[in-house]
Design a protein around this ligand. Structure first.
Ligand code: FES
Length: 106
């Protein structure tokens, strides 16, 4: 599927994301090196660091937040109504055309 990711410099990237590898959005950002090493995915995708926070700009319906994601976002900085943890968004067919912006570095 195609995903648009706006990096922390405000640059838009249109990237291909595979649906058959059980990857999450944080891993996609890392695989395209859209954020410097060590600034995203610090907890390894455990919903425990918020370094992968992003703002969902498109109107895709995402799965409900887990308790852990909700809790982490309640403690994170720069949280907005459309904040989600990238590591908790798994790449699936329904997310084709998703547009997100990376939250500022923590
Ligand atoms: Fe740590 Fe997502 S990588 S919360």
């Amino acid at each position: 599927i195609k995903i648009t990711i706006i990096d922390r410099e405000g640059v838009k990237h249109n990237v291909d994301a595979p649906t058959d590898m059980n990857m999450n959005l944080m891993e996609i950002v890392r695989s395209y090196e859209l954020a410097p090493e060590g600034t995203i995915g610090i907890c390894g995708g455990m919903a425990m660091c918020a370094s992968c926070q992003c703002y969902v700009l498109s109107d895709h319906e995402l799965p409900e937040m887990s308790y852990d994601e909700d809790l982490m976002l309640s403690e994170a900085f720069n949280v907005r109504d459309n904040s989600r943890l990238g590591c908790q968004i798994f790449i699936r067919e329904e997310l084709d055309g998703l547009e997100v912006e990376l939250a500022p570095e923590v």
